[in-house]
Design a protein around this ligand. Structure first.
Ligand code: ZN
Length: 1015
């Protein structure tokens, strides 16, 4: 095989060894020495060098890669013959936005040493660098310096890993310089190491290597001014001010503490209702640990992996019963305010709020107290790019000034950044990142990345949403489109059965297959058929788009799909996981066209017992593409007596039996507040933009499709698990600890005298069925929505990472589960297809590569982690998109109709001492109402009079909170008897929903939906 051809050197010096220590099951330790053959055929990849091109090694598919680095790299004053850039790890970590910038940073050499280090420090940044390496336009070259004889560096005994890596960077840079001088003589470009480490720069200079700090390098570029805004803060800054945050524990103290069980590690989450309150869930405690106040959270940002120390029991508290926004708390704070730096860690307002918290905690009694803790270390930052607005208090001129970026996400603190372009940033959606959070700074320091455009324009807001949820939305580059079939839209299933595409495939074209989907669905993943057999049993087939036929393992398209993980559905935009040629065309199981499929075919008894299950790659010909509604109509139409309809009726009858069995086994009928936007066009006809917002109706045909998809998923899960006991890609839903339901149980008990039995999923399902309030038809759904939130989320995992009893899917009451049925829009399903293809010995091209990719547990675990992350984000992005749509529709409606919003039914989901959370079913959204959002005027007849005192805000309101009764009474100061308005948990209330732009910078442009509780 060509790919294994290597030109070994002739001396033993070319063998370097790496030593691994492996602990064996017996407890003994084994030393593994892996020898590494150093090579000379790893190219410099400069187009200026012909030597490397002639002896470069070919890749696995036999291609010799083209040189990446330009023949005429960018010239600057300091580098008149052009230059290549060699960044160190720290520069990649803090300067990624610069590296991605289209104005600069071309011809970059990424060293293997640096990349490995980066991968350990931050996987998201590693992925971003890798996508630069893959994209052709920026000319990033990944140089395997550790494998090339001249650039390999062995760590010396007294040397730290860090020093060794720095030396390795200098050695590679030095080699490049000499190597290119030999190749290009006078025209050789300069090799510029970029490092913020002064010591490393000094050593480089001594060795005759160009080395600059990132700031120095950027200052020398032509468009330095706007690029300098993007250089990370804090790199060249020594700690100056008073130290207002406690120091973190040393690494060894943290490790010892964790081992001894006195410290705990977990993910820090900030409450969406109170920015001063965070929680960390750790295995040692039933309830999450509470982190109260800035000092205790000690510079952690929501999402960071932190190490905490639990406080003594007398300091335990119950969670906040108050809504607290940073916005209203510290309104008049300037970013350049010098006094702020040396001032107290928390502002006066914050201190008051915290004191009140403590008071109320003591009131409520100790039984509901939760352990509290403080952060003593951060294991891993989850800092990313944040979208927000620049605080409008700033302004004026082109001088450099410090401003606050106020993130849209309320859980993220304001970010201090320096900029020279304040005037251009006000009123824009702005992206920034956090670089550092020093002990002497109340807020983190960051830098400007880019502007997305005017606030409240569709383009800026959509992009903001995609960035906030880390959705990759760039158009597919050429390298990916090159992986598509060359026939494009004209590709068809080959008619000649001797074609390789037919090998191992069953011809199922005569089956009466149809698909049933939401209206307008273009990416049709699944289709079904059923027919009665001679023995009275039924043959049922679930046919899934054969995406793995088109997406081969490890090519550019596969890599992109792995990284995207899922298709993301926004109201008026779909961000595909795969190019649309596949998703909506060649793979899509559209009617009246032959398609490749992966079929699961069962024989079921009339009682829906499985007699046997078969899997095969196939060719199908779908007869109809139904919407749920159309399918339901066809089934109900008594005059329809054709075989296809008969098959659908068999499917419906069997699906009901399957469902009954699942329910009997304890499957949960969960609920989430889902609405969908019918079609953004219909509104133009009816004149009411809100007419498009529909709650999801559930027909029998929805359930029909769902049951067979579940059956296919469980059947496939069992099969792949039997062939890949260590690496089957499965999906589990862990049983939630009973303590998760403690609050909801207490609420149901006190408010309705109802019991929630959480001893098993079956018990929970039964007790949820009994939560019925005859006066309040929505009550049961409301409780299901709340119960769903008490559960853990389902997750993808690799079967070797959990013991078999933990495979269980709690919500579905299934012992084993996976995702097989949506490979067009979920990467997990695509991988499962490959595993199943292997499991049934389907002989396809490249099966050898497939095998490797499917048996590597480490690799799969990484894939699972990413898929879980992408999956969650896709859901959040979808919901945020609906919320944004509702806000815009309300705004348009208000403008059109000239009214003050719409009056809808709302349900009280949560009660605080200064407000409540109300869920509006019609729009599937929930909102916080504060005291000012209670309309206390007596109910009036005319619609116009209904908007009254509130808008002016002239009345001072007070409230009385009854924590035991989950109730809140709001009244005009001093007039409780006459103006009091009492609401309690689960209550149905009338709310006026309107769209309005609130004052604060965070709400800006978000078209916050405002809710007012009517009298
Ligand atoms: Zn070369």
């Amino acid at each position: 095989m060509k790919s294994l051809k290597r030109s070994f050197g002739d001396s033993t010096a070319n063998i370097s060894s790496k030593v691994f220590i492996r602990s064996l099951k017996s407890g003994r330790v084994q030393k593994v020495v892996r020898e590494q053959y150093l090579r000379k055929d790893i190219p410099c990849s400069s187009q200026l060098c012909s030597a490397c091109a002639s002896n470069a090694a070919a890749d696995a598919s036999g291609n010799v890669p083209k040189p990446v680095l330009s023949r005429q790299p960018a010239r600057t004053k300091s580098f008149p013959t052009g230059h290549y850039i060699v960044p160190d790890t720290n520069v990649l970590l803090t300067g990624i936005d610069l590296l991605e910038h289209s104005d600069a940073f071309y011809d970059v050499i990424i060293l293997q040493t640096v990349l490995d280090e980066l991968r350990n420090r931050s996987l998201p940044l590693y992925n971003r660098i890798m996508s630069l390496v893959k994209s052709e336009d920026k000319r990033f070259y990944l140089f395997f310096n550790e494998f090339r004889a001249e650039t390999n560096v062995v760590r010396e005994e007294s040397e730290t890993i860090n020093d060794r890596n720095d030396r390795s960077i200098r050695k590679s840079a030095g080699w490049y310089a000499t190597h290119l001088k030999a190749a290009a003589k006078k025209n050789a470009p300069a090799i510029v190491v970029i490092t913020n480490d002064a010591d490393n720069r000094r050593k480089a200079e001594a060795e005759g290597i160009e080395a600059l700090s990132l700031r120095e390098y950027v200052s020398g570029l032509e468009n330095a001014d706007h690029l300098l805004d993007m250089v990370a803060e804090g790199q060249d800054r020594a700690v100056q001010g008073e130290l207002i945050y406690p120091d973190y524990f040393t690494q060894s103290r943290v490790q010892t503490g964790l081992k001894a069980g006195v410290l705990h590690q977990g993910v820090f989450h900030v409450s969406p209702y109170n920015y001063l309150e965070g929680t960390v869930k750790v295995p040692a405690f039933d309830k999450p640990l509470l982190i109260l106040g800035r000092e205790s959270s000690n510079r952690s940002v929501s999402g960071d992996v932190v190490v905490v120390e639990v406080l003594s029991k007398d300091q335990w508290k119950q969670p906040s019963s108050k809504i607290i926004d940073e916005e209203t708390m510290n309104q008049n704070e300037g970013a350049e305010d010098e006094g702020e730096e040396t001032g107290p860690i928390i502002t006066e307002g914050e201190r008051k709020a915290l004191q009140e918290e403590v008071k109320s905690a003591h009131h409520a009694g100790a039984d509901r107290a939760q352990p509290t803790a403080k952060v003593v270390g951060v294991m891993k930052r989850s800092w990313r790019q944040y979208v927000g607005t620049v605080d409008a208090n700033a302004g004026g001129g082109n001088r450099q000034q410090t401003v606050f970026l106020v993130p849209m996400d309320k859980k993220i603190p304001k970010i201090r950044m320096r900029t020279r372009q304040v005037d251009q940033l006000i009123g824009k959606r702005v992206v920034a990142t956090i670089d550092a959070w020093d002990r002497d700074s109340r807020y983190p320091a960051g830098h400007f990345v880019r502007s997305l455009g005017e606030l409240e324009t569709k383009e800026a807001e959509t992009e903001a949403l995609l960035l906030e949820f880390d959705v990759q939305y760039r158009p597919f580059p050429k390298a990916i489109l090159d992986c598509l079939p060359s026939e494009g839209h004209n590709w068809t299933v080959p008619q000649d059965k001797s074609d390789p595409g037919w090998v191992g495939r069953k011809d199922l074209r005569e089956l009466l297959v149809c698909s049933i989907d939401p209206p307008g669905c273009q990416d049709i993943d699944d289709a079904l058929h059923a027919r009665q057999l001679a023995n009275g049993n039924f043959e049922v087939g679930v046919h899934i788009a054969d995406v793995s036929h088109f997406v081969r393992p490890n090519n550019a398209m596969d890599a992109e799909a792995t990284s995207r993980g899922t298709t993301v559905y926004l109201v008026d935009k779909r961000i595909d996981m795969l190019p649309s040629l596949l998703g909506t065309d060649l793979c899509s199981l559209k009617p009246n066209v032959e398609r490749y499929a992966f079929s699961t075919i069962w024989e079921l008894t009339p009682d829906a017992e499985i007699v046997k299950a078969d899997f095969t790659k196939s060719v199908i010909y779908s007869r109809e593409g139904f919407s749920y509604e159309a399918a339901q109509k066809r089934i109900d139409d008594k005059s329809a007596q054709d075989d296809l309809t008969a098959g659908m009726r068999h499917l419906l009858r069997l699906s009901k039996l399957l469902r009954a069995k699942r329910m009997a086994a304890g499957a949960l009928n969960l609920s989430s507040p889902e609405v969908r936007i019918e079609s953004a066009e219909t509104s133009n006809e009816t004149g009411d933009p809100l007419a498009d917002v529909k709650t999801k109706a559930s027909l029998e045909t929805n359930s029909l499709v769902e049951e067979f998809m579940l059956l296919a998923n469980t059947t496939v899960a069992t099969k792949i698990q039997s062939v890949f006991p260590q690496t089957a890609l499965l999906r589990r839903h862990a049983e939630p600890p009973a303590s998760n339901f403690a609050d909801l149980s207490d609420q149901l008990k006190r408010m309705r005298d109802m019991e929630l039995d959480v001893s098993s999923s079956k018990a929970l399902a039964d007790s949820l069925d009994k939560c019925i309030d005859p006066e309040h038809p929505f009550f049961n759904t409301l409780i299901r929505i709340l119960a769903t939130r008490c559960m853990t989320s389902a997750e993808y995992f690799c079967s070797g990472s959990h013991a078999e009893p933990e495979f269980r899917h709690y919500g579905l009451a299934s012992e084993i589960y996976t995702h097989f049925t949506s490979p067009i829009r979920r990467y997990a399903d695509l991988l499962v297809h490959r595993q199943l293809a292997y499991a049934i010995s389907y002989e396809g091209q490249g099966s050898e590569v497939v095998d490797e990719g499917l048996r590597n547990k480490n690799k799969l675990e990484n894939v699972c982690r990413n898929l879980n992350f992408r999956h969650r984000n896709a859901q959040h992005a979808g919901r945020a998109s609906i919320e944004y749509y509702v806000g815009q529709a309300l705004k348009q409606r208000q403008a059109k109709m000239g009214d003050e919003g719409v009056v809808e039914d709302g349900y009280v989901m949560r009660v605080f001492e200064n407000g409540a959370v109300i869920f509006v079913r019609k729009f599937g959204i929930e909102g916080v109402v504060r005291l000012e959002d209670f309309d206390l005027s007596p109910r009036k007849k005319s619609k116009k009079d209904q908007r009254s005192d509130n808008e002016e805000g002239l009345i001072t309101k007070e409230s009385e909170f009854e924590p035991e009764n989950y109730a809140l009474t709001v009244f005009e100061k001093g007039k409780k008897d006459t103006t009091g308005r009492r609401i309690e948990l689960f209550q149905e209330v009338k709310v006026r929903v309107s769209s309005e732009e609130k004052g604060g910078a965070r709400e800006k442009g978000k078209r916050k939906v405002r809710m007012v509780v009517l009298g």
